[in-house]
Write a protein that binds this ligand. Structure first.
Ligand code: ZN
Length: 402
């Protein structure tokens, strides 16, 4: 049974084990500028959880949303003179090709914001009816953060109000909007504006969904509540996951998730990777330059999922060298057919069950490969699977033998 670090309780939590069904919801992309290494690190981290869970005999229900209509997407489409739907479709295709190349097991469902609009509308109507939401004169609907909920608002991030206000402004919130009761009240439904796409909102009028309610509704409908794990990058703790948890508690009278897992931020040239800084390292660019996707995956796994780290070309070179050594070892081991090193599979499982310690798992592979460093490969033809190589493939998603 894997034990992971839970942001909500600020400590380790043992997840469900053998024979159970577990619900995993990971916040997906807004389809523009896909897929930089920060995205890839997040989805590879939760892919690791998915693999470890399955290995432990858990049936995983894994859902990821796609925020296929939102301000940043519309802005980017306008800048480039593209139809926002075309941009979204292209970027979704690119993202999925990147994920496949990185051998990320696909979620059971990818659900778009647009296709969930009817369910979002019902949820927002229910929140208004219960007093947890209100409409401004222009038709925009906001969640009332003062709504008493269980667990209380703030129990995911534990941020104080000053920090909440700062992060809300930095991460897509609108503290300054006139007419709101509290600057932290979060947008649930944005009424139709000229030049923006809009959908039928029944009693809400035409408009489009807010981001937090989108995820809460998709999680409730396609996974079921409470989720075992709500996952995403650490920049989603507040406001996104905090608001999602509050919306869910007010709407369904249940916690959104038992465990909240967050991945670290990936930097490049000393700064957080972001489109505004223009320092995105794209998986598709690396692939286009001929980099082995397994080397990219090795770079991602060589950093613990919770740590913040910087991408460098050196990390890639190191990963390529490690991969060569592991591949040599896998070939040697398949030739000797004795399975002498099968005990390392147990060590890999132990490392991964301990808060998905992939760096430790890769270190175990290095030691394994050292045993074969001086062993010549006899036959360079195709080889059948080897038990260690199969385990590395299943647990870590790194393919060593073709
Ligand atoms: Zn989300």
């Amino acid at each position: 049974m894997p034990t992971v670090f839970d942001t909500g309780s600020r400590g380790p939590r043992t997840l469900k084990g053998n024979g159970s069904t577990a619900g995993l919801y990971v916040c997906g992309i807004t389809p523009y500028d896909a897929t930089h290494l920060g995205h890839a690190a997040t989805y590879v981290a939760f892919d690791l959880l998915n693999r470890v869970w399955r290995d432990a005999g858990v049936e995983v229900v894994y859902v990821q949303n796609t925020t296929d209509v939102d301000d940043p997407l519309l802005e980017r489409a306008n800048e480039r003179g593209l139809d926002w739907r075309e941009l979204a479709d292209d970027q979704i295709d690119l993202f999925r090709a990147d994920m496949e190349a990185l051998r990320v097991l696909p979620p059971d469902h990818y659900i778009g914001a647009v296709e969930s609009i009817p369910q979002v509308v019902s949820a927002v109507e229910e929140l208004i009816a219960s007093g947890a939401a209100y409409a401004l004169d222009n038709g925009d609907v906001y969640y009332r953060v003062s709504t008493p909920v269980q667990p209380p608002f703030g129990s995911v991030s534990h941020d104080d109000r000053a920090t909440m206000l700062r992060l809300f402004a930095e991460r897509g919130g609108d503290p300054e909007t006139p007419g709101k009761e509290d600057p932290l009240d979060a947008l649930l439904w944005r009424a139709k504006r000229d030049g923006e796409p809009s959908w039928d909102g029944a009693s809400l009028g035409r408009g489009r969904p807010g981001w937090h309610i989108e995820c809460a509704v998709i999680a409730a409908d396609y996974v079921g509540l409470p989720l075992d794990v709500q996952g995403g990058g650490s920049d989603l703790v507040f406001p996104h996951h905090e608001m999602g948890a509050a919306h869910t508690a007010a709407w369904k009278r249940t916690p959104l998730a038992r465990t909240y897992m967050h991945t670290g931020m990936v930097g490049y040239q000393g700064e957080k990777m972001s489109k505004s800084k223009g320092n995105l390292v794209l998986v598709s660019k690396l692939r286009g330059a001929g980099v082995d996707p397994m080397a990219i995956r090795t770079v991602l796994l060589s950093n613990h999922y919770r740590s913040d780290w910087n991408f460098t070309d050196e990390l890639l070179t190191t990963a390529e060298a490690r991969l060569r050594a592991w591949r040599h070892a896998a070939r040697c081991e398949s030739e000797c057919r004795e399975g002498l090193r099968v005990h390392i599979i147990g060590l890999l499982r132990e490392a991964l069950a301990d808060d998905l310690d992939a760096p430790r798992a890769l270190g175990i592979l290095d030691e394994w490969a050292d045993h074969y460093a001086d062993t010549p490969v006899r036959d360079h033809g195709p080889v059948s699977g080897d038990r260690v190589a199969d385990a590395v493939d299943a647990l870590l998603g790194i393919r060593l033998l073709d």
